[in-house]
Design a protein around this ligand. Structure first.
Ligand code: ADP
Length: 596
């Protein structure tokens, strides 16, 4: 029941969820943030509180006689002149403001650094969580959405949930402090405030919150759509140009931008209107307080004091209340951040298992596939059916089969991207499990038809994920020689340091294949898997593959999924897959004769 109550209240539920989202080492940073925000607010309050008495002393010399503390200070430090005393007080105030502002600047720096670090860590956790999922997850999700999540979500969490939560409590504390001072100073005014400002605050929040939430959600939906359109527009250059659909995409882009602008404008106007409403209420209260004083026939001096006090109090309380409403609206409008973070983090059950792996695998004899079966989720078609096969170390195996027979699925199972429903894969006598999957993958080089080219130069693309100063250039040169990439490198304007463009737009299909093989060799892959997803290999790509296979024959274990049978010439064994089973073994000559 307590939990129910907790989850119903937006502030309490957000506190609860924030606590669950933050890692324990981040919590100490949050404590620092809370303390620093309170500390800055306290300094500001002190600053505000010391100006009035000092001005009062300067304008009213009689205060020195009337006020015991002031009189004590005046005598203790041996002042004989009211002007000198006031001048020293001015200097103290100026010095205080100077120190306060220096401290504020330093603290603000650390505050901003802390929130950035927390969002960076949450982003890192999120991006890691995606790598802990299997291929089915990526097959069923829109990558633009994931990209948005890792780019914007962490910052949305810190800027629109964590900081507003801290701000809310800070401003609440300040308001309570000011209201208590008012209560002590003049109880009547306190009662009056209790029935004006506080209900006004509640009404403004209630009137604005749903609109802010709705517009925040609209904006989120629209920005996601905008990212998708931009992504399609930029990546689909050739097709969109040929189909002459540029105008359609460009208009879609603009329409979405317009809707985002409308949502932004609505949120901005709501925030402004709540600010202005509070200002109005404040002015109203000042005149109401004045009226109370007039009707109570207070003397002018005490009325002036009361009004100065009240105006200064409301000068600080006005932004306080406004910030509280804005914080509440921000928190309420970004509840989806919790939903996304929660769904990503909680579904990471495989992560720890896979990443905690340190066991080493030794490959000396063979890879065995034992009774492997597999179906895709939410389907009841058996794509791989109790498949048995052994691949001896150093042998080259060809896999053929009609499109849809299960070749790619089988390779994804071997690579550990899909988990078989039953059966096991063994290296020598060791079963591949999550505990040794990482080590097993280190043995594998995967050469897809559609090679992934990283946005960098040749060295980056061969030595992927190795710091530049740790790259073994001699080894890079060696694998470049082996894969016959030296001609390409010689003709590039900056040799190995030539940027080959996003997705390798500047190099040919065959060169990409060679690069992928060089990549595998650089990382000491023992098992090479060549995956030709389609039969439309150009001659150059085909030659790149056959060259490499010939060169590596007997030295590496190779599995070739082939559509064009010429790449299978040197295979020790060729198997045909049909309906997820090995339907037959076939030799190269027979295969060629059958397909003439
Ligand atoms: P191949 O590589 O031999 O062309 P695949 O392994 O890609 O065949 O596909 C085998 C079967 O699994 C096909 O019937 C295909 O429709 C199905 N399939 C492939 N990927 C998925 C997926 N992500 N979800 C559901 N079914 C799939």
């Amino acid at each position: 029941m307590f939990k129910n109550l907790l989850l119903k209240n937006i502030i309490l539920s957000s506190l609860y969820k924030t606590n669950k989202t933050l890692l324990s080492h981040q919590k100490s940073r949050v404590i620092f943030l809370v303390l620093s925000v309170f500390f800055l607010a306290l300094l500001e309050l002190i600053g505000l509180a010391i100006v009035v008495p000092v001005v009062n002393i300067a304008l009213n010399p009689s205060v020195i006689e009337r006020n015991n503390i002031v009189q004590f200070m005046y005598c203790y430090f041996g002042f004989s002149n009211h002007a000198n005393f006031s001048f020293v007080l001015f200097n103290i105030v100026i010095f205080f403001f100077l120190a306060k502002n220096i401290l504020s600047t330093i603290t603000s720096y650390y505050q901003s650094e802390s929130t950035s670090i927390i969002s960076g860590q949450i982003g890192q956790e999120l991006i890691n969580s995606y790598y802990k999922k299997d291929l089915n997850f990526f097959n069923n999700v829109n990558t633009v959405e994931l990209l948005r999540n890792v780019t914007y979500l962490p910052n949305e969490f810190t800027s629109f949930i964590l900081m507003p939560l801290i701000t809310f409590f800070n401003e609440l504390l300040i308001s309570v402090f000011i209201i208590t001072s008012i209560a002590l100073y003049n109880f009547q005014i306190f009662i009056f405030l209790l029935f004006t400002i506080i209900p006004a605050f509640v009404i403004i929040f209630r009137l604005t919150r749903n609109k802010v939430v709705i517009n925040n959600l609209k904006r989120k939906k629209m920005t996601l759509k905008l990212d998708r359109i931009s992504n399609d527009f930029l990546k689909g250059y050739i097709d969109i140009q040929l189909l002459n659909k540029q105008e359609y995409f460009s208009n879609e882009y603009y329409e979405n931008q317009k809707k985002i602008a409308q949502s932004n404008a609505t949120i901005f106007a709501i925030n402004q209107s709540s600010h202005k409403s509070i200002e109005l209420i404040s002015i109203l209260s000042i005149f109401l307080v004045l009226s109370v004083c007039l009707y109570n026939k207070s003397d002018n001096n005490s009325m002036l004091n009361l009004m100065t006090f009240f105006i200064i109090a409301s000068y600080r309380m006005l932004p306080s209340l406004n910030r509280m409403i804005m914080s509440l609206n921000n928190i309420k409008g970004r509840q989806y951040v919790f939903e996304i973070l929660n769904s990503q983090f909680s579904s990471n059950t495989d992560i720890e298992k896979k990443n905690g792996s340190t066991e080493n695998i030794i490959f000396e004899k063979e890879i065995s596939l034992n009774k492997i079966s597999f179906s895709y989720p939410k389907t009841n078609i058996t794509v791989i059916n109790k498949l048995n096969y052994k691949i001896k170390k150093g042998k080259t195996i060809g896999i053929i089969g009609e499109s849809g027979s299960g070749k790619t699925t089988l390779i994804n199972i071997i690579l550990g991207f899909l988990s078989p429903l039953s059966g096991e894969i063994k290296i020598d006598d060791e079963v591949i499990t999550n505990a040794n999957l990482k080590s097993f993958r280190r043995l594998i080089g995967y050469v897809k038809q559609n090679v992934f080219i990283f946005d960098g130069d040749i060295i980056d693309n061969i030595a992927i994920g190795v710091n530049r100063d740790e790259v073994d250039i001699e080894k890079i040169n060696h694998v470049i020689q082996l894969t016959k990439l030296n001609e390409l490198v010689k003709n590039l304007p900056h040799g190995l340091n030539t940027h080959i463009g996003e997705q390798g737009a500047k190099i040919s299909g065959g060169q990409k294949q060679r690069l992928a093989i060089a990549r595998a060799l650089y990382h000491n892959a023992e098992i090479l898997i060549f995956d030709e997803a389609t039969s439309d290999l150009d001659n150059e790509t085909e030659k790149a593959i056959t060259d490499s296979i010939e060169m590596l024959l007997g030295m590496k274990t190779m599995i070739i999924i082939a559509h064009r049978y010429s790449t299978l010439k040197n295979c020790d064994e060729i198997i045909e897959i049909k309906n997820g089973e090995i339907s037959r073994m076939i030799d190269y000559e027979t295969l060629i004769q059958e397909n003439i």
